[in-house]
Structure formats: structure tokens, C-alpha cells
Design a protein around this ligand. Structure first.
Ligand SMILES: O=C(O)C(=O)C[C@]1(C(=O)O)C=C[C@@H](O)C=C1
Length: 332
């Protein structure tokens, strides 16, 4: 994807304005924006889904338990059962997490085709009139402002990176069903996600230096950040499903404010192994460079181990962190 801010396009479009380019890029984003109404509603999303679609905004809400008797049963071995179809099951939440993997891995593959492009992150290089900050900050802030107008952050599974910066929703707004405890609304670890992405992940994903594609770099950064945020904050739903499945198991640790015990209870080593294996396999499959020359060795766009490490070191630990934060407040 070449944006007006990118080198090739800029040569023939000297008037390309960063503001217009960034806003256009935000609108053109190939990953769908989960701005639609709740899964339970029948209306179409406001933005057409493309490659690969994110989930309906409140997928878990469609499976909201109607009464505590419909709770999920779960053992430490990760076996879960439900005797009702419309409950928040750990199985349905895990299949949502699997779909998030596709979005994250595709994003990494796309961003990896560009160099690091340091000007994207340098406030002095952005030269955006009346804006103090880098190009990527500009893109995320402006996009979030617009998405807030469309109600994105009214949805309990959406979290802005710049919450102080949002605009009011245009009418009519959608009422989202929420299965989470109200305290969930105050859990937002996007600052950490931002720091991990720019501090640890990005420099290892891309080649050093500049290729002029700052607009595309910022656009993919934003899409990856949004996908990471969505996946990690899904920890709230994971935790709710686990609590509903075994309230007696979690309650003493919650009452004792015992974070370590909660961490131990909600950790499933076998599930984590499966996640690592699946991410490896997806990164190898989606990341193949397809050439006409079938004789040659298969080339990969990114090292699959990097995607696995991302999950191992950050995505799963941060998802667990969200779960602990949520459970600590679950009985407030
Ligand atoms: O599936 C779960 O039970 C989760 O809590 C999610 C998750 C993950 O982030 O993928 C996190 C912790 C568990 O140990 C296993 C997997």
C-alpha cells in the first residue's frame, strides 16, 4: 500500500499534505474497523470488512449468560463444558483469540516490508502544522477521534490509545450489551502496549534505515497496535468466563487480593503451548513468498520465531495481566 506520504507517491504528488494523507490512510485501512453494532444486532457494520475481518464489536455479548445457572464448567486441564448454548464460554472466547492471531500476523507481515523509517517516530520530522508530535501519533490520534465519533469506544472491547483526546459520538449511538463487571471500563493498558511495540517489537521486525514510506509504516503500526490492544484486552472476557465457570475457585484469591494466586489459577500451560505452535504455523504459512520458481527453497517474509516470541513474551503475559486486574475488581 502506497500512501500520499510515501516516497514514490510524494514524488508525483508534491502537494500531499500529511493531515490529508494520514486521514485517508486511516480510512483505507485494509483491516476492517470494528465499528459495527453488536453481534446480536442485524444491521451491517459501517465500514466494509476486508482482509481479514476483525470480530463483531461485542462478540462475547451475544453469548452473554442470562443467569448464573448457565455458567461454564472448567477444569484446570482446560476442559470446559456448558449445558446451555447462550453462555460466555472459554471455548468461544479462545476461538476469538485465534482469529485475532490472523490479524496480528498479517499486520506484522505487512509492516515488515518497509524499513524502520525513523522519521515516522520523530516529532521534529513530521512537520505537521499545528500538531506537536510524530507522524504515527498524529495518525493514531486523528483516527481515534474519528472512530470515537462513530461510537467505537462505547464498545466494551475497544480501548483508545489516547482516551483524553476523543470526540463525542454522533447520534444515533448504539447501545452495547456488556457482560463485563463495570470495573472493566477502567482497565486500559494501551500505554504499555505502545511502549512494548515501539521499544521491543518494531526494531526487531523491520530493517534499519529509511525507504521513504513513512505513511505506510505509520498506517501499519496503527493497525498492529489496534489488533494487539483488542487481543490483549480480551483478557477481560477470558477472565469473566473463567470466573463464571469456577467462582468458588477464584473468589478466595480475589477477596485476599492475591494477584500471584490469581495468575497461577488462570494460567493454562497446555493452552499456551498450543498458542505458540499455532502462531508458528500461521507465520510460516501466511508469510511464504510465493514465486513461480517452485524449485527454490521457500522464503519467509518474517522469522516465524519472532511472532512466537511476541506471543510468548508480551501478548500472553499482558493478556494475563489484564485478567488479573479484572479479577481483582470482579467482586467490587
Ligand atoms: O485461554 C486462556 O485460558 C487464556 O487465559 C488466554 C491465554 C492467552 O493469552 O492466549 C493466557 C493465559 C493462559 O495460560 C492461556 C492462554
Amino acid at each position: 500500500m502506497e500512501l500520499p506520504l510515501d516516497k514514490a507517491a510524494a514524488r508525483s504528488t508534491p502537494l500531499a499534505l500529511p493531515a490529508a494523507g494520514a486521514a485517508a490512510a486511516a480510512n483505507q485501512s485494509p483491516a476492517s474497523l470494528p465499528l459495527g453494532p453488536p453481534a446480536a444486532a442485524s444491521a451491517k457494520p459501517l465500514v466494509a470488512a476486508a482482509n481479514p475481518p476483525l470480530l463483531p464489536v461485542v462478540a462475547p455479548a451475544a453469548a452473554a449468560p442470562k443467569s448464573s445457572s448457565g455458567a461454564v464448567e472448567e477444569s484446570k486441564e482446560g476442559v470446559e463444558e456448558s449445558n446451555k448454548s447462550n453462555v460466555l464460554t472459554i471455548g468461544s472466547i479462545r476461538s476469538t483469540l485465534m482469529k485475532h492471531e490472523d490479524t496480528i500476523i498479517f499486520g506484522l507481515l505487512e509492516r515488515s516490508q518497509f524499513c524502520y523509517n525513523p522519521d515516522t517516530y520523530d516529532p521534529n520530522a513530521s512537520r505537521i502544522v499545528r500538531f506537536n508530535g510524530s507522524l504515527v501519533e498524529f495518525m493514531v490520534k486523528k483516527t481515534e477521534k474519528m472512530h470515537a465519533r462513530m461510537g467505537r469506544y462505547k464498545s466494551p472491547d475497544e480501548h483508545p490509545f489516547f482516551p483524553e483526546n476523543l470526540l463525542e459520538v454522533v447520534e444515533p449511538s448504539v447501545e452495547y450489551e456488556n457482560v463485563l463487571h463495570p470495573a472493566a471500563a477502567n482497565i486500559n493498558i494501551n500505554k504499555r502496549i505502545w511502549d512494548v511495540y515501539f521499544g521491543d517489537l518494531l526494531p526487531r521486525l523491520v530493517k534499519e534505515g529509511s525507504d521513504g514510506n513513512c505513511g505506510s509504516s505509520a498506517c501499519w503500526d496503527m493497525l498492529i497496535l489496534q489488533a494487539l490492544s483488542k487481543r490483549i484486552h480480551y483478557g477481560k472476557y477470558v477472565a469473566e468466563a473463567k470466573f463464571q465457570g469456577a467462582p468458588d475457585t477464584y473468589t478466595p484469591a480475589i477477596l485476599n487480593k492475591d494477584s500471584d494466586k490469581l495468575m497461577e489459577l488462570l494460567t493454562f500451560a497446555k493452552v499456551e503451548d498450543d498458542v505458540r505452535a499455532r502462531v508458528m504455523s500461521k507465520a510460516m504459512t501466511f508469510g511464504q513468498v510465493v514465486s513461480e520458481d517452485l524449485e527454490n527453497e521457500i522464503k519467509l517474509k518474517i522469522e516465524p520465531e519472532l511472532a512466537v516470541e511476541l506471543y510468548d513474551k508480551w501478548i500472553m503475559p499482558l493478556t494475563k495481566e489484564v485478567q488479573v486486574q479484572y479479577l481483582l475488581k470482579r467482586l467490587d
